[in-house]
Design a protein around this ligand. Structure first.
Ligand SMILES: Cc1cc2nc3c(=O)[nH]c(=O)nc-3n(C[C@H](O)[C@H](O)[C@H](O)COP(=O)(O)OP(=O)(O)OC[C@H]3O[C@@H](n4cnc5c(N)ncnc54)[C@H](O)[C@@H]3O)c2cc1C
Length: 474
C-alpha cells in the first residue's frame, strides 16, 4: 500500500496511507492535492513571492462539511496544519512545508441582507468580492485598501481602510462568525452564543478555529465618493508632512488622508518628467457629501507645490481598487511596521530620509491615518487592542529579483529601527513578517492573557499553531 509523508505537530513525519486519503476524498467535495497533481503549484503560491513552501497535502474546501472533514482528518493524524484564505499574509503562515493546508479560497460567496444592513462573507472572499455585493445596495463595511486581500485574514487581525475613521475597524463591525474548532465542532459565535469566541476573532488571528462565515454590519454610503491623490516632490516632503501633521487631527471622521512616499508610477495625471522621481503622495478620501469632502480636502492642495493631482467624485469600487496595480501578487516583499500616536519630527525625518534612498522602484513607506471611530473604543473591547495608533506606518519593502533581497530587507529594518523611539510599541498583527515572533505579544498587547485563556477553551492542544500564535494557558 502506498502512502505520503506528512509533517506532524510534534515535529516529526507520519506516513499517511493512500487508503486514508481515499476515505477522506470520499467525504470531500473539493480537491485534495499532492505534489503529483496539476494545480498543486498554483495552490501553494501566495501573494508574497518570498514564501516558497511545499505542503504534502492541500485540501481545497468547497463548504463547511469539507472544512470539518479536513480538520478531523488533520487532527486524527496529528498533521501540522495551515489555514489559507486570501493568501495575502506577509508572514506566509497560509502555507507550510510538508504539512497539510486547509485552503478556503474557493468559499468566496457573499450574501447581503439589505433590510438588516448585514453581509455574510465566505472565508475565501476577497475585499473586492465583498465590495461588489454590498455596493449593489449602495452599502459597505470598513475593509482594507487592496481589493485582492482576503477578508478572512484581514478581519481576524483587525482590518482597517478608508472607512475606518468613520465606522471603525472591520472587527468593530463583525457581528457574528461561524467557526469550526479543533475538535471538528461547528460553533456559531455572536453576542449571545460563545461571545468570548466572537471577541477573540475580533483581532486574535486564526488561533481559535477555522472561520467559515463572517457577518458584517453595513452602512449606506452610496456608490460615489470624493477621493483622490495629491502629489508633491520629496524635496518638499518635510514641510508638507509638518503641515499634514497639524491638519490631520482636526479632520472630521468622514475624511481620511494617508501618506505614501515612493517613486512616482507613470500615472496619467502626472507630467512625464515626474515619473520615476521620489514623491510624497497624500491619498484623500471622504465618505458622505462630496461638496463637504472637497472643502475638507482643499487645504491639502496648499501644503506645497503640487506636481499633479487627481481629485474628484468617483465610484467607491474604483477607489477601492486604485492601489491594486502597485500591489500585484508575485513580487518579493518584506515589511516592517510601527504604530504611532502622533507624527513626531523623528518619524518625519526618518521617513523622508529613507524615501530619498529607496533600494528598489517598488519600495514605499505607507502611513495610514486612523483615529476617529477606531479610537472610540477601549483596548479590551475587542481582541485588537491598538486604539491609540492614530498612524500606522508600513515600511513596505518590495522588489522583484532575489539578488536584491539583502539590500531591500536591510533598508526596511534600518528605517524601522530609526523610527522605533517614536512608536507606541504596539504593532498590527497583520503586518508582522515571519521573523518577528518576538513581537507577537506586543501585537496582542494587554489582551494577550485573556486570549490565552480562550485559546485553552477552544484549542487546548494548539492545533491551530501556524499563525501569530497564542499559546493556550489558564
Ligand atoms: C497588498 C496588501 C495590502 C494590505 N492592505 C491592508 C489594509 O489596507 N488594511 C489591513 O487591515 N490589512 C491590510 N493588509 C494585511 C492583511 O490584512 C493581511 O495580510 C491578512 O492576513 C490577509 O488575509 P488573507 O485571508 O488574504 O491571508 P491568508 O494568508 O490566507 O491568511 C492569513 C492567516 O490568517 C489565518 N486565517 C486565514 N483565514 C482563516 C480562516 N478562515 N479561519 C481561521 N484563520 C484564518 C491563518 O492563520 C492564516 O495564516 C494588506 C496585505 C497586503 C498583502
Amino acid at each position: 500500500m502506498s502512502s505520503i509523508q506528512v509533517a506532524t505537530v510534534s515535529g516529526g513525519q507520519v506516513a499517511v496511507d493512500t487508503s486514508k486519503l481515499e476515505k477522506l476524498s470520499a467525504s470531500f467535495r473539493g480537491e485534495l492535492l499532492t505534489s503529483a497533481d496539476p494545480g498543486y503549484d498554483q495552490a501553494r503560491t501566495i501573494w508574497n513571492a518570498m514564501i516558497d513552501r511545499r505542503p504534502a497535502l492541500i485540501a481545497k474546501c468547497t463548504g463547511v462539511a469539507d472544512v470539518m472533514a479536513a480538520v478531523n482528518f488533520a487532527r486524527e493524524n496529528e498533521l501540522l496544519t495551515a489555514v489559507r484564505s486570501g493568501g495575502h499574509n506577509i508572514a506566509g503562515n497560509a502555507i507550510c512545508n510538508d504539512g497539510m493546508v486547509i485552503d478556503l479560497s474557493q468559499m468566496r460567496s457573499v450574501r447581503v441582507e439589505p433590510e438588516n444592513h448585514l453581509a455574510h462573507a465566505g472565508p475565501g472572499a476577497t475585499l473586492g468580492d465583498v465590495d461588489h455585493e454590498t455596493q449593489a445596495f449602495g452599502m459597505a463595511t470598513p475593509l482594507g485598501i487592496n481589493s485582492t486581500t482576503g477578508v478572512a485574514g484581514l478581519t481576524l487581525g483587525g482590518g482597517f481602510g478608508w472607512l475606518s475613521r468613520k465606522y471603525g475597524l472591520t472587527v468593530d463591525n463583525l457581528s457574528a462568525a461561524d467557526v469550526v474548532t479543533a475538535d471538528g465542532q461547528f460553533i456559531r459565535a455572536n453576542e449571545w452564543e460563545h461571545p468570548d469566541l466572537l471577541w477573540a476573532t475580533q483581532g486574535g488571528g486564526g488561533n481559535f478555529g477555522v472561520v467559515t462565515r463572517f457577518e458584517f454590519k453595513l452602512y449606506e454610503i452610496g456608490t460615489q465618493i470624493y477621493s483622490g491623490l495629491v502629489v508633491f516632490s520629496l524635496d518638499e516632503a518635510t514641510s508638507v508632512l509638518k503641515k499634514y501633521r497639524e491638519y490631520g487631527p482636526n479632520l472630521g471622521d468622514d475624511t481620511s488622508v494617508w501618506t505614501v512616499l515612493r517613486k512616482a508610477p507613470p500615472l496619467p495625471f502626472l507630467p512625464v518628467s515626474v515619473h520615476g522621481q521620489n514623491i510624497l503622495v497624500l491619498a484623500c478620501f471622504h465618505v458622505g457629501d462630496a461638496t463637504e469632502g472637497e472643502k475638507a480636502i482643499e487645504p491639502v492642495r496648499g501644503f506645497g507645490t503640487v506636481l499633479g493631482e487627481h481629485l474628484g467624485v468617483q465610484p467607491y469600487t474604483a477607489w477601492q481598487t486604485a492601489f491594486d496595480p502597485l500591489l500585484t501578487p508575485g513580487a518579493r516583499n518584506y515589511w516592517k511596521s510601527h504604530n504611532f500616536s502622533e507624527l513626531a519630527d523623528g518619524v518625519i525625518d526618518s521617513a523622508v530620509d529613507y524615501a530619498s534612498r529607496l533600494p528598489s522602484d517598488e519600495c514605499e513607506i505607507f502611513i495610514g491615518q486612523l483615529g476617529g471611530e477606531v479610537a472610540g473604543k477601549m483596548p479590551e473591547e475587542t481582541a485588537y487592542p491598538h486604539r491609540d495608533a492614530n498612524y500606522v506606518m508600513n515600511v513596505h519593502g518590495r522588489w522583484q529579483k532575489p539578488s536584491n533581497d539583502e539590500k531591500c530587507v536591510a533598508w526596511a529594518r534600518q528605517l524601522y529601527k530609526d523610527a522605533a523611539p517614536f512608536a507606541t510599541g504596539g504593532v498590527y498583527v497583520n503586518f508582522l513578517t515571519e521573523d518577528e515572533t518576538e513581537r507577537v505579544q506586543a501585537a496582542y498587547g494587554p489582551n494577550y492573557r485573556r486570549l490565552r485563556k480562550i485559546k485553552e477553551t477552544y484549542d487546548p492542544d494548539n492545533f491551530f499553531r501556524l499563525n501569530q500564535n497564542i499559546s493556550p494557558g489558564k
